[in-house]
Design a protein. Sequence first.
Length: 484
Amino acid sequence: MRDLALRALDAVARRGVSYADVRVIESRDRDVSTKNGKAGHVSSSESLGLGIRVLAFGCWGFAATGDVRAEGIESAAALALEIARAGTLAQKSAISLAPEGSYQATWVSPCSIDPFTIPVDRNLAVLLAVDAELRRDSAISLAEASMHFERERQVFASTLGSLIDQTRTTSGAGFSALCYKDGEIQKRSYPNSFGGQYQLKGYELVEQLDLLRHAPRIAEEAIALHSADQCPEGVFDLVLDSSQLGLQIHESIGHPIELDRVLGTEANYAGMSFLTLDQLRRLRYGSDIVNVVCDARLEHGPGLGTFAFDDEGVPAQRTDIIRGGEFTGYMTSRETAAAVGETRSNGCMRADGWARIPLIRMTNVSLEPGRQSLEEVFGDSHAIYMETNKSWSIDDKRYNFQFGCEIAWEMRGGKRVRMLKNPSYSGISTEFWNACAAIAGPEHWTLWGVPNCGKGQPEQIMGTGHGASPSRFRQIKVGSAYAG
């Protein structure tokens, strides 16, 4: 793979470019799922290819190929140059890049148990056991469980002299129970919705999740929701569990800090951003206790946004996004950093495979833990506590939002007094974060994986990480999404 990367780099460099980089990627994945006592989906795939990105004539050119023979590489190199030359017809200004160093490195993510050494029939046996436990009560209409594993090795080479070899192994697992009754469906998921929990780990993640032990509770809650009261509509103190707060971070902080959205060079899927350049270091984004970082380093945790170098060969970094409630930083690339006068990219360029050009993508965008106990977060006053995302909606500036959750409880005196179904809440991003009144400590902090973040055209699906502890927000609009 290193030879392929250097051969491809030479194929463009000798043609004359201002800059070029090559990513050779070999990947392997496995998906296993069950549905109502049967195997639902079992698949595996392998891929090898390379992408060539060039800066020539003041424009970007990109081409990719799965033909790694000499002819295929030469053809892709020529096409990348041709695309860059064609870009001059629409060029408004020449592209410049923030400076970066040259690196020679090899990095392998921690993985205690290689998931690909675990037989598929063992994967299915675990999932079918969970499935059987979920359907022990005949009131459960649908039980679904799944596992996903992926290993990707990437060799990056650039005309700066970098040669970086990285291997990342990611795993994910989870299940859900649906109960249909009287024309209504209620659903509960573990440990999170949309496939469960995903992290930069091996099969040890599946063992740590202990899926079977949690199945009875999840099934019971799905059934009990049909007898629960409708979530009331009004303004309440709101407590969110860490998984829902992770998605709140993703939508109302993660996407709007992508600098390409701010500059208008990206608007697909999630729109642009309300965080215009004049807001930097001036906007009161949240209350004094709100501190958010963008951190791709392994020290932050085994997140889907954890790596050693991004896809421009920039080392993983930690960047303050919100500090003491003040908006302090964007996620950048070498190009966008130079465009706004920054001296260096903070390393947020990634692509979802060899056939796609890198884009600014979330790494691990996390709310730092607070100092409150869980009891202090719940407090003594009246509040609504919500768990596990069910739906989300946010406008194309990432400003007005509405979320629905799978389950909620009315809280009085710090105690759950009744279960609530169909809970939802809404607000404005900055008003919501300024209403943050309490954040639980590090013992309650979890780094959640979002495996399905879409961006770009053609679409790229990327995994991101979001760490959070359960938190309390004052006087939030609750219940309007499913009212009546």
